[in-house]
Design a protein around this ligand. Structure first.
Ligand SMILES: C[S@@+](CC[C@H](N)C(=O)[O-])C[C@H]1O[C@@H](n2cnc3c(N)ncnc32)[C@H](O)[C@@H]1O
Length: 220
């Protein structure tokens, strides 16, 4: 019993630390100070264009932070958007920027490993969030989550630092993936449509190499 309590406390402590860390980042830094900043998230938008997603597609951005993806999708007429992030400060920043348009979006403040979706999504977007999960138990949990939460024939885009990319993001150790290892990780429930690597130029003039996979949920 004491063991069980110790494990529960350790997990709770880890989740709280993670949240506090990200809240501090979003409370103290401006968007141009973030290595992951993109004025226009072109790679993600190109993929969505390629997929020809209908305007009423259910789209979720996991670890969306205060990314401009939601602004771009709203301006293109997408009407069923959800942004999830561990940091309420991040979501608040995006909401402030969008003003009245923020009401058109569903905002979920949650750790992705605690997220219990009540619906299935046609497009699951995760750029530079999943790679923060380094514990095999949490990685396994994320695989199960995506298998359950992406609709049959729905699509997931996942982008992580590649094996030649950085080892840390925002000071936190991350899990690197090659495009092959990323596709292999999700192969039980998803079929790769396209996997590639891409260089992200940071606002500080450095380059971060990403592995990206566009994966289609298999029919049940
Ligand atoms: C590197 S930033 C990327 C932000 C955004 N996806 C983009 O591409 O601009 C990582 C984001 O993931 C969020 N995050 C980190 N760990 C998370 C977790 N366990 N659950 C939910 N969000 C998380 C952070 O708050 C942050 O907004």
């Amino acid at each position: 019993m004491r063991n069980f309590e110790a494990i529960t406390n350790a997990i709770f402590g880890k989740l709280m630390n993670r949240k506090n860390y990200w809240e501090t980042i979003y409370e103290t830094k401006s968007i141009q100070e973030f290595s992951w900043y993109q004025a226009v998230p072109e790679t993600s938008l190109d993929i969505m264009l390629e997929l020809n997603l209908p305007l009423n597609a259910k789209i979720i951005d996991i670890g969306g932070g205060d990314s401009f993806l939601v602004d771009e999708l709203l301006s293109r007429g997408y009407s069923n958007l959800t942004v999830l992030d561990i940091s309420s400060a991040a979501l608040h920043r995006a909401q402030q920027r969008l003003g009245k348009d923020a009401e058109k979006v569903q905002w979920i403040c949650s750790d992705m490993v605690e997220f219990q979706p009540s619906e299935r999504y046609d497009f699951w977007h995760d750029r530079a969030a999943f790679h923060f999960l380094t514990d095999p138990v949490e990685i396994h949990h994320y695989r199960q989550l995506t298998a359950a939460a992406v609709a049959p024939s729905g699509v997931m885009f996942v982008g992580t630092f590649s094996e030649i990319g950085p080892l840390k993001c925002s000071g936190i150790p991350i899990q690197q993936y090659s495009k092959e290892s990323l596709a292999a990780l999700f192969q039980e429930a998803f079929t790769p449509l396209r996997c590639f690597t891409t260089d992200h130029p940071t606002p500080f003039g450095t380059i971060q190499n990403f592995s990206c996979c566009v994966l289609q949920r298999n029919e049940l």
